[in-house]
Design a protein around this ligand. Structure first.
Ligand SMILES: Cc1cc2nc3c(=O)[nH]c(=O)nc-3n(C[C@H](O)[C@H](O)[C@H](O)COP(=O)(O)OP(=O)(O)OC[C@H]3O[C@@H](n4cnc5c(N)ncnc54)[C@H](O)[C@@H]3O)c2cc1C
Length: 410
């Protein structure tokens, strides 16, 4: 490692890297720093009291009691990473290179903001013990008895979390009603014609999906909709989206975007020197898709930290320009998505969306830019590589689900 000096006058290898947020992105930043040879002090500060854990199992095995937890298999002591858990960071003064916490200030040479996202709440329901969110291990622990006691559940929001929670609740034997303000599930994520077939999955699993339905109020034992319908509810689960957890950055001079996310550059640096941001809390300019992306998925929190670590170490400057990827397990189906379809000009279906396995490919100027695969992991794996390579495909051959996706090269 070179003996350059950082802006704070500390030898590069000795700089103290402080990571705020001990979720996937924070933990992976610490791991990546060590993997890439950073030998200086690393401190990982997390507001939650639990050992850092992975979130996807919370809406799956942990919720159903098939797993007690999902702690990361990382030996922080062996890595020489100092963990400060149960400690919330309340502010940052980049000019002083200092963080504020209730237990006193913390100095850093390099700061990594990895505070993730927080679920959007339903106004007026914060104090209601029957109303639940699903973001943390504690949330999942509070929801386990709801499933174990097979209470009637109303889920507000038919997005990824709502669908996964409804799946688990049905598996546990609960009566489940999902209330969605839009006309279809996943309205914010997928085009209407792609998401429309997914509405049938709810009914297949014995869950009732009510679209164009808005919650007027949550009463003891029930949810009242705008049209006066009263739905029995032993528990209510809110799944109406998440917002970057960045309130603590107010007044710091670190630039935030319209969703409250940290505006990072292509190297995941923020507007203030020596401050990086990664994971659910930040957006980055995608060269590949020529727009700024705010990605709230696990793979982004895995890949981004490698770029952050490389740029902190600084020997080989790195640019973050991934093909985004995520998966969801819902209603007995494995749903995967790679790429970004917003600017696509052509949509090609592979297979019958009423069936168990199908996929959709999006092309732009002939090149594959996005793929959604339902029960077709090979389509996803091949598609992901072709998207990375910017390969042009022949739409006619692509439409034949009996042929491997990669055989549709134009
Ligand atoms: C229930 C659930 C299921 C999911 N399933 C999938 C899935 O199937 N597939 C998929 O691709 N993605 C899934 N995701 C999304 C994925 O888990 C997230 O994208 C990922 O966790 C983001 O990691 P992160 O580290 O950026 O943020 P987080 O995981 O949110 O971690 C941020 C951490 O920072 C802490 N923090 C926040 N503010 C402060 C502060 N001021 N001081 C100190 N600490 C702070 C928080 O307490 C939190 O522990 C799921 C998410 C949830 C909630």
């Amino acid at each position: 490692m070179s003996e350059q000096r950082s802006g704070t006058g500390t030898a590069l290898g000795q700089r103290h890297v402080v990571i705020v947020g001990a979720g996937m992105a924070g933990v992976q930043t610490a791991v990546a720093l060590r993997e890439q040879g950073f030998a200086g002090p690393v401190t990982l500060i997390g507001a939650e009291p639990h050992r850092p854990y992975d979130r996807p199992p919370l809406s799956k095995a942990v919720l159903l009691g098939k797993a007690d937890g999902s702690a990361f298999d990382v030996d922080f002591a062996a890595l020489g990473v100092t963990l400060e858990l149960g400690r919330e960071v309340t502010g940052v003064r980049p000019g002083d290179h200092e963080l504020d916490t209730a237990a006193g200030p913390v100095r850093y040479d390099v700061l990594v903001v990895a505070t993730g996202a927080e679920p959007v709440r339903l106004p007026g329901t914060d104090a209601d013990p029957a109303v639940h969110l699903l973001r943390t291990l504690d949330d999942a622990a509070r929801l386990r008895p709801v499933l174990a006691e097979q209470r009637d559940v109303v889920v507000v929001g038919a997005g990824w979390i709502g669908a996964e929670f409804a799946t688990a609740a049905r598996e546990a034997g609960c009566r489940v009603t999902v209330v969605e303000a839009a006309g279809r599930p996943l309205a914010g994520a997928l085009p209407a014609e792609i998401a429309a077939p997914m509405a049938a999955w709810y009914a297949d699993a014995g869950a009732e999906l009510r679209t164009h339905a808005r919650v007027r109020s949550v009463e003891p034992g029930s949810v009242v909709l705008d049209d006066g319908t009263q739905l029995p509810a032993g528990a209510v689960v809110i799944g109406i989206g998440a917002r970057p957890a960045t309130a603590w950055l107010a007044g710091s001079g670190i630039d935030l975007g319209g969703h409250g996310e940290v505006l990072a550059d292509a190297g995941l640096r923020t507007s203030r020197a020596d401050v990086y941001a990664v994971g659910d809390c930040s957006s980055f300019p995608s060269g590949r898709y020529a727009e700024r992306l705010l990605v709230h998925h696990w793979d982004n929190a895995l890949q981004g930290p490698r770029t952050v670590a490389a740029n902190i170490i600084g020997e080989t400057p790195a640019v973050y320009d991934p093909v985004p990827y995520f998966w969801s397990e819902q209603f007995g189906r494995f749903v995967q998505y790679a790429g970004h379809h917003r600017a696509a000009d052509t949509t090609v279906w592979r297979g019958d969306p009423a069936g168990a396995a199908w996929s959709v490919c999006w092309l732009r100027a002939g090149a594959l830019v996005g793929v959604l695969a339902v029960g077709r992991p090979r389509d996803l794996a091949q598609g992901r590589k072709l998207i990375e390579a910017g390969t042009a495909l022949d739409p006619e051959r692509l439409a034949d689900p009996a042929r491997p996706l990669k055989s549709a090269l134009a």
